[in-house]
Unconditional design. Structure first.
Length: 230
């Protein structure tokens, strides 16, 4: 068959047609239930992620329920298990490689419970955000994660707590603060009831909001502080 015949039968199609190159690729890191991931998926489906697209969900645990949430919505998943690597550095290098392969523009730690090496923060400076279930600088840093954060808030007897979304730096929970939302503590609260209310009233709201702001290019970091330019 002559080349011209073939061209007529199979007209040339631009393989890049329809791809929005301005859309930000989001990679979400998870370790557990994935309710914050769900909030991001819901926001994406409502068109409220500022054009960002959840490209991939990476879990540090093979049994994380968050993986099912991703699969149910057709989002590709990967598992990079900490115990498959000899140390934090090797684990972090594997993660960086995966983030490069996914062309990540933004990395979101949504209940990601594995400590990473400074190499990850350097590779993605001001491009990794984390949600923490307290008003930083209260109840944060090493050892403050998940339910422990709420136990500590109740133990101290604070009347108000909340959630924080911040950029990830080499200092644990110490990076520039993007958004915070306060939540009242009620007299009969247990760590579990408080965790649920902080998630519902704060985390599931401010995490998608921060991702939207990032994807719209509305967050600048100056002198260690995040500035939102609406
Ligand atoms: C969330 O409350 C998140 O803020 C917290 O773990 C929970 C994960 O829930 N993260 C940390 O404590 C990190 N320091 P999820 O898996 O249902 O999103």
């Amino acid at each position: 068959m002559a080349v011209t015949d073939l061209q007529e039968r199979t007209p040339w199609v631009d393989p890049l047609e329809g791809i929005d190159f301005s859309a930000k690729n989001i990679v979400v890191l998870v370790s557990g239930g994935g309710t914050n991931l769900q909030a991001l998926i819901n926001a994406q489906e409502r068109g409220e992620l500022g054009g960002g697209i959840i490209k991939c969900v990476i879990s540090s645990r093979p049994d994380a329920y968050a993986l099912k949430r991703a699969k149910d919505h057709g989002i590709p998943t990967r598992v990079i298990q900490r115990k498959s690597f000899p140390d934090v550095e090797a684990y972090s290098n594997a993660l960086i490689e995966a983030l490069y392969q996914e062309y990540a523009d933004l990395v979101v730690q949504a209940g990601f419970m594995t400590i990473l090496a400074p190499s990850v923060c350097r590779a993605y400076q001001n491009k990794i955000i984390n949600v923490h279930p307290a008003l930083i600088p209260s109840f944060c840093g090493k050892g403050f994660y998940g339910l422990h954060v709420h136990e500590a808030a109740l133990e101290k007897g604070v009347k108000v707590t909340g959630a924080t979304v911040h950029f990830v730096t080499e200092v644990c929970d110490g990076g520039p603060i993007i958004l915070q939302k306060a939540v009242d503590i009620l007299p009969d609260d247990t760590p579990e009831t408080l965790q649920k209310r902080v998630m519902e009233q704060a985390e599931w709201k401010i995490l998608p909001q921060a991702v939207k702001l990032f994807c719209e290019g509305k967050i600048k970091v100056k002198n260690g502080k995040a500035i939102i330019t609406e």
